[in-house]
Design a protein around this ligand. Sequence first.
Ligand code: NAP
Length: 299
Amino acid sequence: MYDIAIVGGGPAGLTAAIYAVRANKKVLVLEAVACGGQIINTTKISNYPAAPGITGLEFGQTLQKQAEDLGVEIEFEEVEKIVDNKDYKLIKTEDDQYKAKCVILACGTEPRKLGLDNEDKFTGFGVSYCATCDGGFYKNRTVAVNGGGNTALEEAIYLSGLAEKVFLIHRRGEFRGSADLVEKVKSTPNIELILNANIVALNGDKKLESITLSHEGKTEELSIDGLFVSIGRIPKAKNIIDGLKLDTESYIKADEDCKTNIDGVFVAGDVRSKEVRQLVTATADGAVAATIALQYLTK
Ligand code: NAP
């Protein structure tokens, strides 16, 4: 039996693990893909205190090593369901089951999809949700990024260093992302903005060949080799545990103490219902969730 099981090995989950293991608890982290979470897709982190310029990958790897060196156990398995047995939680993955006295949900978010025909078929064949992962396939080619937030702006800037041409397509006339990134995008010669435009079709046979845009009352076709969809993210918490209270967008409800409505179940990081989702707020949540979970264990 573990004292604390943590679902997700991103900045929130691993920070929680570090706090818990340093309090002499037996800690398990279950991570579906790779430690570091969403941040490993970021080329350079510029807004985390005292670590200017660190790459996302380096941040994730350092955090993982720090947790493991302290004695945190990490298993690479996707959690399918958690059953609340009151005095312990049963955590089920595809192949295993684990028992823990309490659980911290730090399972993060996944990319929002456009919801268009062919999107799943072309994923990996012209459609991508991560420029740092797949940008290398598009050296000297023509790509488009869709979205108007910080991620889309950063992805367009990153891709402009690889691709010959980058179209940045956004559904409104103004960007949601920060002014410095907007400035950088506007001053990058091979980025062309297409504003007030929506992608309405993904065209091609076996791979993406073009997209259809609805733009200023007309539809037009744009030939591209790759499309990077960066239109926000959705929480991964749905159905993970029966009775868990979610907000209208399916983020897990909890106050600043990171306690959910279920006794012994805590939440940390981007999957928590909150205003600001940043690396620093994720690690802060991890520290809070672990501290409150430790109080729960001493009850
Ligand atoms: P976001 O800020 O939620 O932006 C999503 C963008 O996608 C918005 O521009 C939105 O348009 C657009 N969009 C949403 N649904 C759409 C749809 N169905 N079709 C077309 N466009 C759609 O998401 P994000 O950029 O992934 O960022 C997530 C969080 O991480 C934010 O808080 C962001 O600040 C943070 N972040 C920070 C940094 C940094 O500090 N350097 C870097 C990356 C991310 P509208 O604007 O019209 O709603």
